[in-house]
Design a binder for this molecule. Structure first.
Ligand SMILES: NC(=O)c1ccc[n+]([C@@H]2O[C@H](COP(=O)([O-])OP(=O)(O)OC[C@H]3O[C@@H](n4cnc5c(N)ncnc54)[C@H](O)[C@@H]3O)[C@@H](O)[C@H]2O)c1
Length: 254
């Protein structure tokens, strides 16, 4: 049983989907949670709901691509909840287009949110953790980051998150801060094209898509005391899908 009592976590993407599930799960394990999202109204709703269920949380608006926005978030979180022990990078976008239908600006946007946003958010709270000699960073990659995938900007951004995760170990060497990546398989959230779910299920040994709650349970473990020696790892939570197929297969395209 994880116990995050006395710890403060920042969860990006907390307005809905996986980020919301991570925020709820960490709060249920005792953490005080800063629910952060570009949709500040929905992030505050997540926090209110956690509060109504007996947890401690506050909602904040942030754009993870903006250093100024992240600096403001840090100030607000310090003022309202205190210094941060855990950074859960969940915010992300998917551009469901292939190369011929897109351009450099669209490609850069996905890299900016998914990869640069993960880097900037971690950087914004790094000193909080290193000064205290303890910290947890959990990044959201995807199975599209460890296989080829039909949407190049997304796959490139998520492969980047996997190797960013390994490489940040050098920055955090000997500080008590661990950095890991979780690679969810298809989850039934707003990001997924739901019409593709049957195709995913056909290629998943578990016989169904993964739930955000199942993925959040892995975040919860990685954020905890017992995961101290899990560091630089890439943990796939996909019902067995990538063990038996590649996303570069002509289908599914979710
Ligand atoms: N749904 C899936 O099948 C799936 C599979 C693998 C990985 N993922 C990853 O899981 C994470 C969560 O996705 P989800 O499925 O919950 O999708 P979602 O679209 O429901 O949630 C994404 C959240 O990120 C927020 N966000 C987007 N841009 C932002 C920005 N610039 N700053 C702050 N917040 C921003 C959105 O407002 C939204 O609340 C993403 O990183 C996604 O790539 C999802």
């Amino acid at each position: 049983m994880t116990n995050h009592r006395g710890r403060v976590a920042v969860v990006t993407g907390a307005a809905r989907g996986l980020g919301q599930a991570v925020a709820r799960r960490l709060a249920a394990s005792g953490a005080t949670v800063a629910c952060a999202d570009v949709d500040g109204v929905a992030a505050r709703k997540t926090a209110e709901e956690i509060g109504a269920n007996g947890g401690r949380a506050a909602g904040f608006e942030v754009d993870v691509t903006s250093e100024a926005s992240l600096a403001a978030l840090r100030e607000q979180v310090h003022a309202v909840l205190g210094r941060v022990d855990m950074v859960m990078n969940v915010a992300g976008i998917l551009d469901r287009r292939q190369m011929a239908d897109t351009d450099g600006e669209a490609f850069r946007r996905v890299i900016d949110v998914n990869l640069t946003g993960t880097y900037l958010t971690t950087r914004a709270f790094a000193a909080d953790m290193t000064e205290r000699g303890w910290g947890r960073v959990v990044n959201t990659a995807s199975i599209a980051g460890v296989t080829g995938y039909v949407y190049p900007s997304y796959a490139a951004s998520k492969a980047g998150v996997v190797n960013l995760t390994r490489s940040l170990l050098v920055d955090f060497w000997g500080t008590g801060v661990t950095v890991n990546a979780v690679c969810p398989g298809a989850m039934d959230t707003e990001m997924l094209d739901r019409s593709a779910i049957p195709a995913f299920i056909r290629k998943t040994p578990a016989g169904r898509v993964v739930t955000p709650q199942e993925v959040a349970a892995v975040f919860d473990f990685l954020a905890g005391e017992e995961a101290a020696c899990v560091n630089g790892a890439t943990i796939v939570v996909d019902g067995g899908a990538t063990a038996v197929f590649r996303y570069a297969d002509p289908e599914p395209r979710g």
